[in-house]
Design a protein. Structure first.
Ligand SMILES: NC(=O)c1ccc[n+]([C@@H]2O[C@H](COP(=O)([O-])OP(=O)(O)OC[C@H]3O[C@@H](n4cnc5c(N)ncnc54)[C@H](OP(=O)(O)O)[C@@H]3O)[C@@H](O)[C@H]2O)c1
Length: 270
């Protein structure tokens, strides 16, 4: 079992992809640290997983940047070190740029970009000292191309991918790896907490989300990529073709993406 006795810190573990990863890693006897804001959900997952492996819960809000150095110290104290960090915390968006309050962009950047960035900066000396470590950055297909109704989300995921891709090519830490994951739609409750134009949660599931790739399949592919030290992993259905279209036939990509934009404008006006 590749992950046995590896210390894995999952940030965004209370739901969706992070929770699915926690369950699969527990089966493989990884030593887990679970982080998210919802302490009750984390504790109930922790209780379930403690029957399989050692699992500690460390609730935190990664948008509170000034507290993250304490969170990182607390994490390192739990098992004395960390082998793998999974950045899965994130929030989505459902609003056209023209209607969207600037505070929504701030929030999306804080959670989806500055949180993971700050934690990574704080951990790099630890990985350097240990000559090893692995960071998994859950970006999105929205980190590779634009998508209507997601301007702030897309910007945050482009920033995330840009930062980690740069780290991949500039670090000189032996035994240290980064895997960037770009999922398309995965069947998780992400739309429920997605921010609308005034910052209120969208609170609905879209059909496209419900028909997304099963979350356990997504988690399995991520763990396979980590085990094989893959630098970039795309987990997507239709979005994969849109991405290739953008690279090879950009005019076709713009036509299709604009069509999705018309649909989004219609939804936003209802
Ligand atoms: N589902 C998809 O279709 C899809 C596609 C592409 C990329 N992704 C990315 O995958 C990652 C996981 O999303 P998901 O689909 O699993 O959605 P999810 O079920 O909503 O999970 C999001 C996780 O992030 C945590 N989180 C949100 N804000 C946080 C904060 N300020 N501090 C700490 N934790 C926070 C949530 O926990 P609390 O609410 O308890 O804090 C939850 O555990 C996200 O980065 C998302 O952008 C998802």
């Amino acid at each position: 079992m590749h992950f046995e006795n590896k210390v894995v810190w999952i940030i965004g573990a209370s739901s969706g992809i992070g929770a699915a990863l926690a369950k699969q890693l527990a089966q493989q006897k990884a030593l887990l640290i679970l982080t998210a804001r919802d302490s009750d959900r984390l504790h109930s997952l922790g209780k379930e997983l403690n029957t399989l492996t050692s699992c500690v819960v460390l609730p935190a809000d990664i948008a509170r940047r000034d507290t993250l150095h304490i969170i990182v110290q607390d994490t390192l104290r739990k098992y004395g070190h960390v082998d793998i960090v999974i950045h899965s915390a994130g929030i989505g968006q459902r609003s056209l740029a023209i209607h969207t309050d600037i505070s929504v962009y701030d929030r999306l950047m804080e959670v989806n970009f500055f949180g993971p960035l700050t934690i990574t900066q704080l951990l790099l000396p630890h990985f350097k000292e240990r000559s090893g470590g692995h960071i998994v950055a859950v970006s999105s297909m929205s980190g590779l191309m634009g998508f209507p109704g997601r301007s702030g989300y897309v910007a945050s995921k482009h920033a995330l991918k840009g930062y980690f891709e740069t780290l991949q090519v500039e670090h000189d830490i032996p035994g240290f790896h980064i895997t960037i994951v770009s999922p398309g739609r995965i069947n998780t409750p992400l739309p429920l907490s997605a921010l609308t134009a005034d910052g209120q949660p969208y609170n609905k599931m879209d059909d496209a989300q419900l028909n997304g790739i099963p979350v356990n399949t997504c988690a399995k592919k991520i763990l396979h990529a980590v085990q094989h030290k893959k630098q970039h992993l795309i987990i997507a259905k239709k979005e994969r073709y849109l991405y290739w279209l953008r690279l090879l036939l950009p005019a076709a990509y713009y036509r299709i993406a604009r069509k999705a934009g018309v649909k989004e404008r219609h939804t936003a006006s209802m």
